[in-house]
Design a protein around this ligand. Sequence first.
Ligand code: KG4
Ligand code: ZN
Length: 472
Amino acid sequence: MAASFLSSLTFRFALLSNLYFVKRRGGACCINYIRSCRPSFKIRNISLFPQSRPQRLCFSSSAIAQAGSSRSLDREELVVLGIETSCDDTAAAVVRGNGEILGQIVSSQADLLSRYGGVAPKMAEEAHSLVIDQVVQQALDASNLTGEDLSAVAVTIGPGLSLCLRVGVTKARRVAGRFNLPIIGVHHMEAHALVARLVDSDLQFPFLALLISGGHNLLILARDVGHYVQLGTTIDDAIGEAYDKTARWLGLNISKGGGPALEELAREGDSDSVKFKIPMRQYKDCNFSYAGLKTQVRLAIESRSACVDNNPISSASFQDRKSRADIAASFQRVAVLHLEEKCERAIQWAKEMEPSINCLVVSGGVASNQYIRSRLSYVVERNRIRLVCPPPKLCTDNGVMVAWTGIEHFLLGRFDQPPPAREPEDYVYDIRPRWPLGEEYLHGKSEARSLKRARMHPSLTSIFKSSAQQNN
Ligand code: KG4
Ligand code: ZN
């Protein structure tokens, strides 16, 4: 006990001396210590350059260090490896500072999911561990680069499953330590939002974003990199979870994901045939709820005697298949109407806060759905703003979005110093399984969510705000 306390003190002292050294060396750079109440992310240093957004900046990458001098770096010269393991996809990509994707690999666990009915953290961790080295190597090979050509490593540190996040963070620190590269911890949902700026170079802040995935349903006002206002979130399940469960209950083949399977079956059905209730219409806010809709679907399946004995759709009669397709189409219609209604309100709120807003970004795995894209295109048309939807491959989890978000932060001077080539055994990883993106907009607050705040990390935006205040 005493020994572990002493070693923790030694570690803190070593870290502080290290930070002090960095502070003295880097004239433009100041350091903040961000503490939290959770032991797994005791201390984190974030290096910030002043508020301006330099297009060229000085830093020491391995190549520069080897050359024995520092020099300014063009966007084009910046090459970042991004690693993503927050849930069930192991992904890596190499992206250039100008947005050029040099190589990307995704290894999916969808097959495991379909066999076991959901993400089991221990199993997902094993699956990530099995393939992570190969995925990173393949991304580098596809780019025709080696670790020595990289400028930095970006990795998702949250939110997500802590066991899974740890696999990516361990790998990222190993690569960064070996090649003496700065490391950037990335917020998974920020990465979903910012990848839209890689796709559309005209997309400027502020913009509104609807981020829809398996675990999140967020409406955010993006003011700048690292600066978000959360207009709405889900009070229970995310839309992706509702798609996945419905697909499973309808006996679909979900080896390539529940969402895509449901979208396909819905094309055969009549979307007006089952009368589901649109969630949360009485709440004049931008929050979501999908748990009630899931229950309605379950009841509809039971009352129509569809999917009796859980038989797969491949062995369903013509009538049974039609009945399942009707449920799928009706579910999808109402699930998306819920999105449409909340987006309409969020656009009004966002315009009141930032009258210059002219863009809605829709991203996250569920945004690869074509029906959702087409319905939301009417919403933006009515409100005279434009829709930016990354291509499906960049909507579902991928390494490109992580590398790109790393680039956005790196260009603002937000990165950590290279880890040591050999990590101390008692090193505490900075992993943030529950990590809100932005600060809540007052009108968007909901009672239900305030009950679930235990073990939550301070939001990305509040961290950057308090860093900026300390530096002033
Ligand atoms: O962002 P993502 O890849 O992983 C998480 O961060 O959760 O999102 C995964 C979710 C899953 O629920 C998956 O079924 C859903 O996105 N999804 C879709 C479609 N493609 C993926 N949902 C509806 N329609 C799709 N075409
Ligand atoms: Zn995601």
